[in-house]
Design a protein around this ligand. Structure first.
Ligand SMILES: NC(=O)c1ccc[n+]([C@@H]2O[C@H](COP(=O)([O-])OP(=O)(O)OC[C@H]3O[C@@H](n4cnc5c(N)ncnc54)[C@H](O)[C@@H]3O)[C@@H](O)[C@H]2O)c1
Length: 359
């Protein structure tokens, strides 16, 4: 069984970057850059040459913490730095278009945080611009690189559970939205800023659904304007079903973050360790029950890394491989248009209380 499991771990190790380094500049020195992007890049020895944030003091503090040599005064300074080949953007979605447009127009490769764009038309504009400039444009949907999820995807590719019949993700946690003051005012909160990871992953495993239905809720008196609980169901013509249930109003300390993938020849079950103690978390758990291998009951897969920061190396490594030798991105801007369309359909379903078809 060790040999079979190493077939999975070898594929998951795709996150390793190429040996030829390309200088990276980062735009946005907020919480996620500080606790996730930069520690992951540093651990892998990737050269981050400079940082820019409209909050200069924040950029300076982050530069000091992560030993980044240059703190730029504005975006023009970033783009005037001829050494920079890749720009890693982590700013609020509403700001991302202006930053990404300037970076792509300057001929630099882009890794953009999720949500890639506030709506599909904006995403399409960015993808078309990157195509016309021949630059790489990837989206940081790093759950596709999280060890437990990536290993589950590989097990499915290897045929261990046969064809997928059902996929469910259940997250029941407390999220302190006031840590991101700009999120308190947004009308599209939970799906656009959190569950977008799960919706992206369901697409990664199952492709585009024929239709979706979503119900959303809020806690009475909550400070955040947008939805804080969502139940999204997916319909596929094949009869496969998927559900993403995310509740951010559980303040009782019994966090849950589980996923389960049913198949014709087995099942995979796991937990997303990050959500048991955000942002420190713990490694995921993952088990497979397979009549193909076969396993004797549930076989544990030993996950040894975390969503934060470890999974954040994957999207950047994928960009660097695409730049180095044209390898396909695991999470491209083009692919992410499907995730943006799905998100849009879910919000339409909430508003209309109807199933929304995706053509
Ligand atoms: N797991 C994940 O993938 C994950 C987790 C958290 C946040 N995010 C995403 O990352 C992005 C940043 O989130 P955060 O938690 O760091 O938020 P944050 O509020 O802590 O930081 C955002 C930073 O962006 C800066 N900024 C705003 N507009 C800018 C501009 N035009 N140019 C340069 N800097 C600008 C702000 O000054 C601030 O320092 C958001 O899009 C968020 O959705 C992703």
């Amino acid at each position: 069984m060790i040999t079979e499991l190493s077939a999975v771990s070898d594929a998951v190790a795709i996150s390793a970057p190429p040996s030829v380094h390309r200088p990276i500049a980062v735009v946005g020195a907020g919480a996620i850059m500080d606790v996730a992007h930069l520690p992951a890049y540093r651990a892998a020895g990737l050269p981050v040459v400079g940082v820019f944030d409209i909050d200069h003091e924040r950029a300076r503090a982050v530069a000091e913490r992560h030993e980044i040599p240059t703190v730029y005064r504005d975006l023009a300074e970033v783009l005037a730095d001829d050494t920079v080949e890749v720009v890693d953007i982590a700013v609020p979605a509403a700001r991302q278009e202006e930053v990404a447009t300037a970076v792509i127009q300057a001929g630099r490769h882009v890794l953009a945080q999720k949500p890639f764009a506030p709506d599909p038309p904006t995403g399409i504009r960015l993808v078309e611009l990157a195509e016309s400039m021949h630059t790489v444009l990837a989206v940081n949907q790093q759950l596709r690189f999280d060890e437990g999820m990536a290993a589950a995807h590989r097990m499915v590719e290897l045929g261990w559970i046969g064809d997928i019949t059902a996929f469910s993700i259940t997250v029941d946690i407390w999220t302190e939205w006031s840590d991101w003051p700009w999120l308190l005012e947004t009308e599209r909160l939970e799906i656009m800023n959190h569950s977008i990871h799960y919706h992206d992953v369901v697409r990664w495993f199952l492709g585009e659904p024929a239709g979706v239905f979503c119900a959303a809720g809020r806690l009475p008196g909550q400070r955040a304007v947008g939805e804080t609980r969502t139940i999204s169901t997916y319909l596929y013509d094949s009869g496969v079903s998927a559900v993403v249930h995310a509740n951010h109003t559980n303040d009782h300390g019994d966090n849950k973050a589980e996923f389960r993938i049913g198949g014709t020849s087995g099942a995979i079950r796991g937990t997303l360790g990050l959500l048991y103690d955000y942002p420190h978390g713990r490694p995921d758990t993952l088990e497979v029950h397979s009549t193909v291998l076969p396993t004797d009951g549930w076989l544990p897969y030993p996950v040894t890394t975390r969503w934060i920061p470890d999974a954040f190396l994957g999207p950047m490594a994928s960009v660097l491989w695409a730049v180095a030798d044209g390898q396909p991105l695991r999470s491209s801007g083009l692919d992410n248009l499907g995730t943006l369309r799905l998100v849009e359909a879910l919000y339409t379903s909430i508003a209309t209380k109807q199933v929304v078809a995706l053509g």
